[in-house]
Design a protein around this ligand. Sequence first.
Ligand SMILES: [Zn+2]
Length: 246
Amino acid sequence: MIADPFVQLRLLDLQGIDTALNQLAHRRRTLPELATIADCDRRAAEVRAQLVEAETQVADLAGEQRRLEADIDTVRQRADKDQARMTSAGVPAKEISGLQHEVASLSRRQGVLEDELLELMESRETADASVSEFSGAMAVINTERSAAEAARDEVFAEIDDAIGKRGIQRGELAGTIPADLLALYDKVREANGGVGAAMLRQRRCEGCRIELSGSELSAVRAAKMDQVVRCENCRRILVRTDESGL
Ligand SMILES: [Zn+2]
C-alpha cells in the first residue's frame, strides 16, 4: 500500500485518539462506584430475603395471637355464663355442682391459653425487632447505593463528554486519511488490542517493543517513504519518523 508519509504520520495522531478513547471506555467500565452498586444490590437481596422472612413471621404470629385472644374470650364468656347460672334462683344442687366443675376446668383452660398468649407476644416482640433491624439495614444500603449512583452518574457525564469530544476529533482526522489506509489501520487495530499503528523508534517497533534487525531492517530501510510498512512480528503499521534510527 502506498500513502503520503505525512498521511502516515497522522496515523500516530489517530492512534493517540483511539488509545485515549479506549482508556475512557475502560475507565467507564471499571469505575469503583459500579462495584459498590453491585455490592449494594447483593447485600440488599440478602437483607430483603431476611426482611420478608421476618415480616411473614410477624404476620403468622399476629394471626395466632388473634386466634388465642378469641379462644380466651370464648372461655371467659362461657365461665361468666356458668357463674350467672349458678347464682340464679332455683338451680338444682346437682346442676350447681356440675357448673362448679366446669368453671374450674374453664379457669384452668384460660390459664393455659393466657400463658400461650404471653409466650407468643414475646416471640412477636423479637420478630418485630427483626423487622425493624432489617428495615434499617435496607435503608442504609439504599442510601449507600443512591450515593454511589450519583457519583457514578457524575463521572459518567464527565467521561461521556470527553468521549464525545475525542469522537469529533477522530472523525475530523479520519476524514483526512485515505479510505484504504484507514480500513487497514482499523482492521489491524481491532486485531491487536487497540493498537493499529506504531512508531518505529530507534529501530524498535513501539507496538510490540521488538527491535528490527537483519533482513527486516534492510527491507524497511530500502522501502520508499510513501510505502506503508508493517512490523513482521506484530503486523502493526510501522510509521517511520526522524527518530526511527534508520
Ligand atoms: Zn511490532
